[in-house]
Design a protein around this ligand. Structure first.
Ligand code: SF4
Length: 388
């Protein structure tokens, strides 16, 4: 079993803060689904016999493509990489890009989890960050999705946005919680170089809340979500019981996944080796390469065992559950606690561990806030010494 990811690199327009691989909709969109089908066939030749237990369509905005076309590629993927009967099949959607009929088509085709990008319930703020929709558009999409049969919905919200106060952020969470989605992803804005928002902030035309204000928003947001029945299971992800995103857990558990489409990343075992690779981020090169029977990769890296071990810790510590030592031992033949004993001791002294379950290497809430500095200690592990 593996996880499949499909990247759709098109949006209605670019949001001012976004540096994801996406471009405004253009003529190439018509050929993109055919290219995905060809890529599915090429990857199937490379990985025969593979089946999928989670599927995720992200972007970009997958729902800028016609629902029939998305359904066609999904059915083709199911033929080549048979989906488990209980497969989680997610698709990202932005308000204003999917009608009720389109959502119905997607649900009937097998998509069973919808992730809607709201970001804020404040219309002035949505405009300020370049979103194409209003809060009212979001509510329509949400209600249509429920009517279309989606019983597992995520809503994306952001904090640390220009001019945003804690009160604004909590108001957004309140309106979201009133709708009772099964899952909320609550991300802090990352100011990425090269985006229009970054340029505005640099020349003083926009102001962002300071670091302390963002940290306070995060803490207040977490408390609010917790009080409304959402459990934090990853740094920025909250779910009602039983609704953690299985696909994203694949990434945080450092398990295999296979990506399709422009800029899609993969992490796959091949024989005794483990590779990470990504597809070119240039749409014309992708369409041309796939048409010629070759997926144009941007890079391909062999991940050695020590690197796999570190990545398993780096990703696993993002989860509130932490790293499962039993799974670590099954994969690597050694205990995470023995392998990283020095780093663990250093962070025990800093008071950043949650040691309530001896089978899991786990950070407490403060440790999750300081994850990057925690990982520096793990990065310094001398694996060769362990082999002596
Ligand atoms: S909708 Fe999402 S992917 Fe598209 S431009 Fe906005 S943030 Fe980026």
């Amino acid at each position: 079993m593996t996880a499949l990811y499909f990247h759709i690199p098109y949006c209605v327009q670019k949001c001012r803060y976004c540096d994801f691989c996406s471009v405004p909709v253009n003529d190439s969109i018509g050929r993109y689904c055919d290219a995905l089908k060809t890529e599915l066939q090429l990857r199937r030749n490379q990985y025969p016999g593979l089946s999928a237990d989670t599927v995720f369509w992200g972007g970009g905005t997958p729902t800028v493509l016609p629902a029939d076309a998305l359904a066609g590629v999904l059915a083709y993927a199911d033929r080549l990489f048979p989906f488990a009967t209980d497969a989680e099949i997610s698709i990202e959607c932005n308000p204003k890009t999917a009608s009720f009929d389109a959502l119905k088509t997607l649900r009937t085709a097998g998509f069973n989890r919808l992730s809607i990008g709201l970001q804020s319930a404040d219309n002035a703020l949505l405009q300020r960050i370049g979103r194409v929709h209003s809060f009212e558009d979001f509510v329509h999409t949400y209600e249509w999705a429920r009517r279309a049969g989606f019983s597992n919905i995520n809503v994306d919200v952001m904090h640390g946005l220009p001019g945003q106060t804690q009160e604004d952020y909590l108001k957004t969470l309140e309106t979201v919680c009133d709708l009772a989605p099964e899952h909320v992803s609550a991300y802090a804005l990352i100011l990425e170089e090269g985006t229009p928002l970054h340029a505005d902030v640099m020349r003083g035309a926009e102001t962002l809340p300071d670091e302390d204000a963002v940290a306070d928003m995060q803490d207040a947001g977490m408390a609010f979500l917790h009080a409304h029945g959402y459990r934090r299971y990853e740094i920025s992800n909250f779910a009602k019981p039983g609704y953690a995103c299985r696909h994203n857990l694949t990434y945080w558990n450092n398990e295999p996944y296979l990506g399709f489409g422009v800029a899609a990343h993969s992490s796959m075992p091949e024989g005794r080796n483990w590779y990470r690779f990504s597809v070119t981020d240039r749409i014309p090169a992708y369409l041309k390469g796939v048409a010629r029977g070759r997926v144009p990769e941007a890079d391909r890296i062999l991940i050695n065992t020590f690197e796999q071990m570190f990545e398993t810790v780096m990703l696993g510590l993002r989860k509130t559950e932490g790293v499962d030592d039993t799974a670590f031992q099954t994969r690597f033949g050694c205990s995470v606690f023995e392998t990283y004993s020095e780093a663990i001791e250093a962070n025990r002294r800093r008071g950043l561990l949650d040691e309530s379950d001896p089978k899991f290497l786990r950070l407490n809430a403060r440790g999750l806030d300081l994850l990057n500095s925690v990982l520096l200690d793990f990065r310094e592990t001398n694996y060769w010494e362990l082999l002596r």
